[in-house]
Design a protein around this ligand. Structure first.
Ligand SMILES: [Zn+2]
Length: 311
């Protein structure tokens, strides 16, 4: 334990000595709670709940894959300076486990998924007893994370507790509307066409919540690469079912799903690439998909448009 702290402090010293390992963060502000969040979707919840009382830094930007992400020296420095750290948990940030565990002894660290009732979590057999971490695709489940953020901020900063809880209620009302929107859009697609094929198995919660059969080329984590047999099996499924479109993901190389498209064509069926979905990271800040709500809308609109296109 002590040795690991020493190693982290060593990395911190290096970051300070090197000076320019990462772009400088805006200065910490007195009176505001300094928060670090791992993925963009969590940063977005914190911004909505914390409002003017918090200053949030997100570690993983657009296009970054959380399954493979390792904390940089700059990240370790940010984590050390944070008042509160929010992460997904359920092994989402698989390679940050040790760093996050270490921080738990020093500052408030909360996995936002602890707010979700365990019986609503998926436990796919290939995940060997662990839960599927991609909970943000079911908007109703994601709304539980808002409570965890509000409670954690209120505990750290009791003077503004009533603001955090009021903001949380307002944001949860927006999420209920968003959930209704996704349901209404999904209902436009006939049942037999509701098949969602993506690069990795991120969409199982989406499938369960909104009535889609879901297939991913890679597993729940992107850490294991898809083999030729996986590509051929998925191509056979697509050609047999005559599925009009497959989807690429913003945080996964495009060639993964292009290999499937080629294998389907070799079977005499032409499957389209239906567009790019935001799976484990949001879009660029300032673009419509740069917020959680915008990302969810982009995904459902893209899916519905592609699946309703005539072959
Ligand atoms: Zn994923």
């Amino acid at each position: 334990m002590a040795r690991r702290v020493g190693r982290l402090l060593g990395a911190l010293a290096c970051a300070v000595a090197a000076g320019s390992c990462a772009p400088p963060d805006p200065p910490q502000e007195e009176g505001r709670v300094n928060v670090v969040a791992t993925i963009g979707m969590i940063r977005d919840v914190v911004e909505n709940v914390g409002g003017q009382h918090v200053r949030v830094v997100g570690l993983m930007g657009p296009g970054v894959d959380p399954h493979l992400y390792k904390a940089s020296e700059g990240d370790v420095r940010r984590l050390f300076r944070a008042d509160v750290i929010f992460y997904g948990g359920l092994h989402l940030e698989a390679r940050m486990g040790e760093v996050l565990e270490e921080m738990g002894g020093r500052t408030a660290v909360a996995a936002v998924t602890t707010g979700i009732p365990v019986d609503q979590l998926l436990s796919p057999p290939e995940f060997e007893g662990a839960h599927d971490p991609h909970v943000w695709f079911d908007v109703r489940l994601w709304a539980y994370t808002v409570d965890v953020v509000a409670q954690t901020l209120a505990k750290r900063d009791p003077a503004h507790a009533s603001d955090y809880f009021a903001n949380a209620q307002r944001y949860q009302a927006q999420l209920r509307e968003l959930d209704q929107y996704v349901r209404a859009q999904a209902a436009l697609v006939p049942q037999e066409k509701r098949v969602l094929i993506t690069a990795h198995d991120a969409f199982n919660y989406f499938g369960r919540a909104y009535g889609f059969q879901v297939r991913g080329l890679q597993g729940i984590s992107t850490a294991a690469e898809a083999g030729t047999a996986d590509v051929q099996e998925l191509a056979e499924f697509i050609a047999t079912r005559r599925i009009p479109a497959v989807f690429v993901e913003s945080s996964i190389p495009r060639r993964t799903i292009e290999a499937v498209q080629e294998a389907v064509r070799a079977r005499g069926f032409d499957v389209q690439i239906g567009g790019s979905l935001y799976s484990d990271a949001m879009g660029n800040p300032g673009t419509p998909a740069g917020t959680y709500q915008g990302m969810v809308r982009h995904n459902i609109d893209t899916i519905v448009r592609a699946l309703l296109r005539e072959p």
